[in-house]
Design a protein around this ligand. Structure first.
Ligand code: GLN
Length: 471
């Protein structure tokens, strides 16, 4: 048995049967990190002593024949934009290079309560802005399937850590695709929960009306386990809610499933190999008795520009707090204005500065109506499109990304080309829906993901449907 290849549920069973200890499981993952992190650069920081201490606690419970939860003793990696008390939280930005989190994010608190073993913090695009993890101030993460290629972004470090067996599972955050797209590029499972299903307290904000924390895992079953552990209403996040829906496993059948395939998603721009693999995955559902229905999302082509206007606007407001006074990096200058200007000018990388300028512009008087307000109207149209589609179908299937993992450096100088990688994921955040990327095939050694979009709070239905593909 190779300890680092185990899923959450396999590792849990192994601990229960005393086939290995939590400390051994933890050590095995650190061995992998030591061997591979130099090349892959999934982790920005590791916390070995802390992790081994935590693992020991689970071993003590087991030795005392006490109950322990499914996540107890299981190694997890946390995206470095989610606060873990006492650990650095950089958001992959120079401006927060030495910032130490003063408290735990709610999701971290929940995982710790279950006895999770936090291995360290993973790389990302600075402030979760990007699609390739190349925008990190500390250097890019490499795709474990092909080191010359990107792992996707912005949770590229988390996805690569799981794909390379350096962590059993990881947490990421998804504003416009940042859990799903790297999951697709690295061949793992990634869930963006319904907006509000998971607390955002302790997640450094990118665009607050889109951000959600989600799991990256080796299997659909694991994604479900982690989602169950982190979801729920939190008094520290007024947008969080208790989800109402659950379905009984025995009620679910592929035969009763009506799957929508949006015609607007299979047009020019999509890699033909990706299209072929996704279509053949959809065929498997059809063969199993699901009804495949072509649906239309007529405003799909406007989702991407609307997303970039709204998310940049929210980001420009959220990032105003990094002024060289309250947090982290500070440039000592004679005048206060220069402290602000120089700290922000040197502390933020080029993509973050671009978004702040774009967002400030879109929100400024005279342009607000023309850009921000219109983008919000488009957002409503996108929501209506999904509502209409869900009158006919239970779920919508699409590719997660129109392209295969691309070469490091290939798109970094062309922001528009980079933004287009998100064309299939951003509308889900505009509408606040849940969606999951599940591996559905490969082109050579490069993985392809199928995106399953569900109705609000029907994550369980998505899990059931996605698990079918793993059979
Ligand atoms: N690539 C998108 C962006 O740059 C999505 C980022 C994310 O989901 N955090 O905004």
């Amino acid at each position: 048995m190779i300890l680092t290849e185990l899923t959450i549920s396999q590792a849990h069973q192994g601990l229960k049967k005393k086939e290995f200890s939590a400390v051994e499981l933890c050590r095995a993952h650190f061995d992998n990190i030591k061997n591979q992190n130099k090349e892959i650069f999934a982790f920005l920081a590791v916390t070995e002593d802390y992790a081994l201490d935590e693992a020991k606690k689970t071993d003590d419970l087991i030795a005392a024949a006490k109950d322990f939860s499914t996540l107890a003793g299981i190694p997890v990696a946390i995206k470095d934009i989610i606060l873990v008390e006492g650990m650095k939280c950089t958001a992959a930005s120079k401006i927060l290079e030495n910032y130490i989190a003063p408290y735990d994010a709610t999701v971290v608190k929940k995982l710790k309560k279950q006895g999770a073993v936090i291995l360290g913090k993973t790389n990302l695009d600075e402030f979760a802005m990007g699609s390739s993890t190349e925008n990190s101030a500390f250097g890019p993460t490499h795709n474990p399937h092909d080191l010359s290629r990107v792992p996707g972004g912005t949770s590229g470090g988390s996805a690569a850590a799981v794909a390379a067996n350096m962590a059993v599972y990881a947490l990421g955050s998804d504003t416009g695709g940042s859990v799903r797209q790297p999951a697709s590029f690295c061949g793992v499972v990634g869930l963006k929960p319904t907006y509000g299903a998971v607390s955002r307290y302790g997640l450094i904000a990118h665009a607050s009306s889109f951000d959600q924390i989600g799991p990256l895992t080796k299997t659909v079953e694991d994604a479900k386990i982690v989602f169950e552990a982190i979801k729920g209403k939190d008094k520290m996040d007024s947008t969080s809610v208790e989800s109402q829906f659950s379905i009984n496993n025995s009620q679910f059948s592929i035969k009763d499933l009506r799957i929508g395939v949006p015609k607007e998603y299979f047009v020019k721009g999509i890699d033909l190999e990706v299209e072929k693999i996704v279509r053949s995955a959809i065929k498997k559902y059809e063969k199993a008795g699901a009804k495949i229905v072509e649906v239309s999302l007529p405003h799909a082509e406007y989702a991407l520009p609307a997303y970039y206007i709204i998310s940049a606007s929210e980001a420009s407001a959220n990032l105003a707090r990094y002024d060289g006074i309250k947090y982290g990096f500070s440039k000592q200058e004679k005048s206060l204005l220069d402290v602000y200007l120089k700290s922000r000018g040197e502390g933020f990388g080029p993509e973050v500065r671009r978004r702040i300028m774009l967002g400030t512009y879109a929100l400024s008087s005279g342009y607000y109506e023309a850009y921000y307000k219109r983008a919000q109207k488009v957002r409503t149209k996108v929501i209506e499109d999904f509502n209409n589609a869900f009158k006919e179908v239970d779920m919508i299937f699409t590719p997660t990304s129109p392209v295969l993992p691309f070469k490091i450096g290939e798109k970094i100088d062309n922001p528009l080309a980079m933004y287009l990688v998100d064309v299939y994921t951003v509308s889900i955040n505009l509408a606040g829906l849940p969606a999951l990327s599940v591996p559905c095939g490969q082109v050579g050694k490069l993985p392809v993901g199928l995106q399953i979009i569900g109705q609000p709070f029907k994550e369980n239905q998505i899990f059931e449907a996605a698990a079918f593909l793993e059979l």
